[in-house]
Design a protein around this ligand. Structure first.
Ligand code: ADP
Length: 576
């Protein structure tokens, strides 16, 4: 930074104070300082001059600083000053951009500077020379004239300040108006959000109530079935018993017609007894009263027995039954009698509905599960019926149905047994090509997959505070909770032990929530795990198309932690 001297003046009398004051103001005006700044410079100079003059002659040097242009002035007096004097001088500090006092023995200099505004034109050397001449040659007026000039400038400045204040007031009013608008919008939005929230809560309550009603109805049906069936069994048993007695060689001989009628009674009562027994089994299974007798079970003897007993099952001569040896399948922890019952049921059905082709039983291992598949190349089941065949008494209308014996209870019962064993029974079928019923059982037994185990939740959120609080609430509701702070850890945890429900934040490190959803979607094994997105993103920002896997999207800012328990129960139940 360099400074170029513009002018030097001496203050030896009171009148000289007015002189430097005028010179300072003129230089400031010439260099392009604004009106208010000119007054500041003039006031600082006259005040400094006035205070230093009693100490002796004051030399004032005006200079122009570069490259960042500023008007500098240094007022020097050959005297020492004390701290108190410096403090008194400092009244002008606030008028300047830079202000300092340099004290050497026998000499005191007050340095002051005011910046030239950027918009001011830079003066050439010639213009600076002309300005200096103008300032030096100008006459300093009498103190009265200076005072008048001073007043005129002050008035002009006051006018400017007033305009600025008016502008400020106007801006303030505008700001207040905007503020009111924002507040109104906020209130409106909050109310809307609250209304939506209330709607969601009401919906959940209704869902809860509906599922409670459904549960009650289903329990009533089961009770009814169990009671009626139980009452029916004794009379039907009596009929079969009495029929047997009538046919006893020791009883009175029967006419040919009586004997024929008795055959009909016998056949009818036997099929009635089968139906009643099937119903009783099903009612027992539905009320959860089937207690599997779990033991280490080798599939080979079961397969051998099925191969033998089903040789005589009703079927077309053109259909072959193939029971593959369960090679490489470990001993599984299950109830062998129930397992055989389910497989026999599936194989009998397959033989019934395969007029020409093959029925095959295979067993394969899939991680901790064994998959037992009964596939046939029979008539198949239309897609619209595939869920319904698992309902009680549902039979598909087809040309084989009339000749096929059956009650429509077999698959309903088989699925109950599969569930009691901790497994699942699923169907894939295509009309004209055949069906495959797959029974999946946990190798480790029902305890490995017991449905009444606590619901397991994986909570994925990078916000430690929220995650901690939510985990505590969820544990309080009796769920098994695991936590993950980023997307990659979450995927690893899901793959290691799939949870019943995933609560997923979207903004995550490593892999974000969208990527986690995409990865789950791509994995056949994990696709069915329900994901509830819990996010602070505004709903309209979230692209729901990218969240196709998610069953719900909750707004973190409006969902209370207590809501989470209800959401988890409903989501897990929906999956179940
Ligand atoms: P049912 O005693 O009538 O066999 P199920 O509950 O075992 O009762 O089966 C219900 C219905 O599902 C059957 O009546 C039949 O229409 C259909 N079904 C079952 N298994 C097969 C199969 N392998 N192929 C075609 N249809 C089948």
């Amino acid at each position: 930074m360099s400074a170029r001297e513009l002018l030097r003046a001496v203050v030896a009398t009171e009148a000289d104070v007015f002189g430097v004051r005028r010179q300072g103001r003129q230089l400031a005006a010439g260099l392009g300082l604004e009106n208010q700044d000119q007054i500041r410079v003039a006031a600082a100079l006259s005040e400094t001059g006035r205070r230093l003059l009693p100490l002796g002659r004051v030399t004032v040097i005006f200079a122009l600083e570069a490259p960042q242009p500023a008007l500098l002035f240094a007022a020097t007096v050959a005297a020492d000053v004390d701290e108190e004097f410096v403090a008194a001088l400092a009244v002008t500090r606030g008028l300047m951009d830079r202000w300092s006092v340099e004290r050497e023995p026998g000499r005191t200099t007050v340095m002051m500077a005011r910046r030239v505004p950027d918009k001011a034109a830079t003066l050439t050397d010639d213009q600076l020379g002309a300005l200096r001449t103008e300032v030096v040659s100008a006459q300093t007026g009498t103190p009265l004239e200076e005072l008048a000039e001073h007043n005129r400038q002050l008035l002009a400045t006051l006018g400017e300040v007033q305009t600025q204040r008016d502008e400020l007031l106007r801006l303030n009013a505008e700001l207040e108006e905007t503020n009111r608008g924002v507040l109104a919008l906020y209130t409106e939005l909050s109310e809307e959000l609250e209304a939506t929230n209330r709607g969601v809560v009401a919906l959940y309550a209704e869902l809860e109530e509906r599922s409670a009603q459904l549960r009650a109805a289903s329990e009533a049906k089961t009770r009814f079935l169990a009671n009626v069936t139980h009452e029916l069994r004794s009379p039907v048993s009596s009929i079969t018993g009495l029929t047997r007695l009538l046919r006893d060689p020791l009883s009175d001989p029967l006419s040919a017609e009586q004997s024929q009628q008795l055959d009909l009674i016998d056949a009818s009562s036997r099929s009635l007894l089968t139906l009643v027994n099937d119903l009783l089994d099903l009612a027992k299974a539905e009320s959860g009263r089937v207690e599997p007798a779990i033991e280490d079970t080798d599939l080979r003897p079961i397969f051998t027995t099925l191969r033998g007993t089903l040789r005589a099952a009703p079927r077309s001569a053109d259909t072959s039954l193939v029971v593959d040896d369960p090679v490489g399948v470990p001993v599984i922890h299950t109830d062998p009698i129930m397992l055989a019952q389910v497989l026999r049921n599936l194989l009998t059905n397959a033989l019934k509905f395969t007029p020409d082709g093959e029925v095959r039983l295979t067993a394969t291992v899939d991680g901790a599960w064994v998959a037992l598949a009964v596939s046939d190349t029979g008539i198949g089941i239309p897609e619209a019926e595939q869920d319904r065949v698992f309902e009680e008494f549902h039979q598909v209308r087809n040309h084989l149905q009339a000749s096929a014996q059956g009650t429509g209870l077999g698959l309903a019962y088989a699925r109950r047994l599969a569930e009691a064993l901790g497994g699942t029974l699923e169907l894939a079928s295509e009309v004209g090509r055949g069906s495959t019923f797959t029974l999946r059982l946990p190798v480790g037994g029902p305890a490995d997959a017991r449905p009444d185990q606590p619901i397991s939740v994986l909570l994925v959120d990078d916000d430690d505070t929220f995650r901690g609080a939510a985990a505590q609430v969820l544990r309080g509701c009796g769920f098994g909770v695991r936590e993950a702070a980023d997307g990659r850890t979450a995927l690893a945890a899901i793959a290691a032990r799939p949870p019943d429900v995933v609560l997923l934040d979207l903004r995550l490190a490593e892999l974000d929530g969208f990527a986690v959803i995409e990865a789950l979607e791509a994995d056949e094994r994990l696709r069915s795990i329900p994901v509830v997105v819990v996010t602070a993103y505004r709903a309209d920002v979230v692209d729901t198309a990218e969240l196709r896997h998610a069953v719900a999207v909750l707004d973190k800012t409006s969902t209370t932690l207590d809501d989470l328990c209800g959401v988890v129960v409903l989501t897990a139940r929906r999956r179940g």
